[in-house]
Design a protein around this ligand. Structure first.
Ligand code: FRU
Length: 326
């Protein structure tokens, strides 16, 4: 009874906070949280902790969640933005636990530090869907994401072919304390392993961020008179590298490859001819809501839901890209 009362008070507080000044996802929501509109008749409250809203891909994930949830009046989603701060994200999950939400969706910043709090929720009986970046171990209800190793490997193979088996490559990595960063790297290494002529001459951790990628690329350009290709772990990284190359007057000599493939970002860059390939990394927002609903209705979800991915190139983009082989 006490728990129920707490939950109702918490929801009411968030609705009030939400009414005061949100809801454009491009702005920082008031008090770092924002409540989906349809709340009043909601039977279930879902707490969603997003690692940051500074990157277009994450804004898209929240929009996908919101759009999917709007179809179900029995759902209310409370969005929280961790602003790329691991401690803040831990606190958000803890708040969801003490409020007794019915289900938690978390898209973690980093694997290790988020693992204990996700496990705590799971052990208290609150189902947790981990989206996109993994936590460690298996104390969560369901993981949803695409296969980053496979994407990295497909990118590696595509690059070998594009370079005709020979060339100098810069690798701009996503945050290496995250599993997608690690997997996009190891998959790539796997994909180029038989091509001894493809040489990685410079690698740096740009932590998923365009300004960092630009700076790292400036260093690479200063050190190496010949760079044939940039493999960036996400499209903002590829775009940052492109801008650095453009400022140095070398963008026409370099091929840019990235990952995410959002229509308004990677796909647009491919259409503009600024990037040669973007590998899709679906947000999984819709799947998270649908799976969440099944769990709330007492069904058992698969522990692991793997989303499919496409590659977009100039040749295939008008036809909707090409699915990666299984
Ligand atoms: C956004 C992002 C995406 C990337 C994903 C990996 O924060 O960097 O660009 O694909 O996270 O977790």
């Amino acid at each position: 009874m006490k728990k129920y009362l707490l939950l109702v008070l918490f929801a009411a507080f968030l609705v009030m906070a939400g009414c005061k000044g949100k809801t454009s996802e491009n702005q920082q929501p008031t008090q770092g949280s924002d409540t989906q509109a349809s709340g009043a008749k909601a039977k279930w409250i879902i707490g969603m902790s997003q690692c940051n809203l500074g990157e277009p891909w994450r804004v898209q994930m929240n929009a996908d969640i919101r759009q999917a949830a709007e179809k179900y009046p029995e759902l209310q989603v409370i969005f929280k933005d961790a602003q790329n701060d691991t401690l803040k994200q831990q606190a958000q999950v803890e708040e969801f636990i003490s409020a007794g939400v019915n289900l938690i969706i978390v898209s973690p910043k980093e694997a290790a530090p988020l693992t204990p709090v996700v496990a705590a929720a799971y052990e208290k009986g609150i189902p947790v869907i981990v989206l996109d970046r993994r936590v460690l171990g298996d104390k969560y209800t369901c993981f949803i994401g695409a296969d980053n190793k496979k994407i990295g490997q497909a990118a590696g193979k595509w690059i070998v072919e594009k370079l005709g088996g020979k060339g100098k490559v810069v690798e701009l990595k996503g945050l290496m304390t995250t599993i997608p960063g690690q997997d996009r790297h190891s998959g790539f290494v796997q994909g180029i392993k038989d091509a001894s002529g493809v040489e990685v001459i410079f690698e740096a951790d740009m932590k998923w961020l365009e300004p960092n990628a630009r700076k790292e690329m400036e260093s690479a350009l200063a050190r190496f008179p010949q760079i044939d290709l940039v493999y960036a772990h996400n499209d903002p990284g590829a775009h940052g590298a492109y801008l650095a190359a453009q400022a140095a007057g070398r963008e026409k000599d370099i091929i840019f490859v990235g990952i995410d493939g959002l229509p308004q970002e990677g796909q647009a860059y491919v259409k503009q001819g600024l990037m040669s390939a973007s590998f899709e990394y679906p947000t999984g927002g819709k799947e998270a809501i649908e799976t969440g609903l099944e769990i709330l209705n007492g069904k058992t979800a698969e522990k692991e839901i793997t989303l499919k991915s496409r590659v977009f190139t100039k040749e295939n983009i008008d036809a909707g890209g090409e699915w990666l082989a299984d």
